[in-house]
Write a protein that binds this ligand. Structure first.
Ligand code: ASP
Length: 437
């Protein structure tokens, strides 16, 4: 027991990840793909799901209490403006760069060139048609932007809490915090209440995170036993393109933010982010990873509460670099596979649309594929071709989603680090702690 807790959490989580992957592959080899899939879905995945429920349970109380207490800790609503402005600028900038990486690698590797799209079965096509019918495409760039902006205001905050709508909760929490600040003395008891509530929820998060090595293990066993490496035989070039583009984006763009813009050691950053990355990799959900992302930010990277509590929940919802990058790749994959002529203006529209599409979606598994209806529409794919491409990618999406989600949350942490440094909210001793590198 003592020995177990003596090992750093990140090492235990990585252990769970590796052991889970190996166990999953062994189960698939021994039992065969179909029996392995049924076995792990019935017997192992429920443990993973229980863990995901446990962390999701924390998301709403964590955002609300820490954000209100974070706004109160800032003491001045004006600071919120500068912090928010900086975070938004970096979020947008990194998303555009991510899409460019997707387009660059998609152009160099040509994942869709010569691809035989006839391998999709008619049953898969039917299933995809049915899924897409329930998720209509987002509409034009303007419509999409308007929809995103309007949906931030909660008509009913209780409904926002019940739905777990992160953007609406952020909006309400910030306004509430500003209200408390403006109440002066009368607001002090509320401030104390939120300070202690946020402390308690943070502690709950730490308790739940102790289950992470086991949850990650169960999820990895399930993913590998269920999906195996089939993705590499069917979509090897696409998978390689996504993994390479995401890795380059993380190393170059986030590396530049950390080293070039705020002069901090890059290795310490990645080392501090690894718990959250492992969790994102195994859950494929930025939202579910949020409690761990916030805990990494405050505990490992020394990011102050005002920044962590505002910038990270915002990022989990609107900053999805991996998702946006993938939209660029899907667009190129489709035009290459379907033989649609590529034009320069197509690249510009893809960048615009993929940015908006990635802002307007929640961080949940496989959401990228549904967004792809919009992206494919703008490159000129017909409704039937859209169904075909999505049906082709869908069975293998999990393995791709894992890397997208890692990129999404790493981007949030990089931006939060930079904003914290600029706002004087970064504890560099914690960030640079030598035993962590
Ligand atoms: N699963 C991703 C996330 O939660 C979204 C996606 O790209 O599908 O961040």
């Amino acid at each position: 027991m003592k020995f177990w807790f003596g090992i750093d959490l990140w090492k235990r989580v990585l252990m769970g990840l590796v052991l889970g992957a190996v166990t999953g592959i062994v189960i698939r080899q021994v039992m065969g793909p179909e029996a392995a899939g049924t076995f792990v879905t019935g017997n192992i995945k429920p443990f993973g799901n229980a863990f995901i429920s446990l962390i999701k349970m924390l998301v709403v109380p964590l955002i609300f209490t820490t954000l209100v207490s974070g706004v109160l800790a800032m003491g001045d609503p004006k600071k919120l403006g500068s912090l928010g402005g900086r975070a938004l600028a970096l979020y947008m900038g990194t998303t555009v760069i991510a899409i460019c990486f997707g387009l660059l690698i998609g152009t160099l590797v040509q994942p869709g060139a010569g691809f035989d799209t006839s391998i999709v079965s008619s049953a898969d096509l039917e299933a995809t048609r049915a899924t897409l019918a329930n998720n209509p495409p987002a509409g034009s760039v303007g419509e999409q932007l308007m929809k995103t902006l309007l949906s931030i205001i909660p008509e009913n905050p209780v409904a926002a809490f019940a739905k777990g709508d992160v953007l609406q909760i952020i909006f309400f929490a910030i306004l509430f915090g500003v209200g408390v600040l403006m109440s002066g003395e009368a607001g002090k008891p509320v401030q104390r209440l939120f300070d202690s509530a946020s402390e308690a929820v943070m502690r709950m998060t730490l308790i739940v995170m102790e289950a992470a090595p086991f949850g990650v293990f169960a999820l990895m066993v399930w993913v590998l036993a269920q999906y195996g490496f089939g993705v590499l035989t069917v979509l090897g070039k696409m998978t390689a393109s996504l993994y390479i583009a995401c890795a380059l984006h993380m190393l170059i763009t986030y590396g530049f933010i950390i080293k070039g813009m705020v002069r901090l050691p890059v290795l310490a950053f990645f080392r501090g982010a690894v718990d959250a990355q492992a969790l994102a990799f195994s859950t494929s959900s930025s939202n579910a990873t949020l409690p761990m992302t916030m805990s990494c930010a405050t505990k490992n990277l020394g990011i102050g509460k005002p920044v962590a509590s505002s910038v990270l929940p915002l990022g989990a919802t609107i900053n999805m670099d991996g998702t946006a990058l993938y939209q660029g790749l899907i667009a190129l994959f489709a035009v290459q596979a379907l033989g649609i002529p590529v034009t320069a203006s197509m690249y510009v529209t893809i960048i615009l649309m993929a940015t908006l599409v990635s802002i307007g979606t929640a961080g949940v598994p496989s959401v990228s594929l549904l967004l792809a209806t919009t992206t494919l529409g703008i490159v000129g794919a017909t409704a039937e071709q859209t169904v075909l491409i999505i049906a082709l990618l869908f069975p293998f999406d999990r393995i791709l989603d894992m890397m997208r989600t890692v990129t999404n949350i790493t981007g949030d942490l990089a931006v939060a680090t930079a904003v914290a440094k600029w706002e004087g909210e970064l504890d560099e001793d914690v960030f640079r702690a030598p035993d962590r590198v």
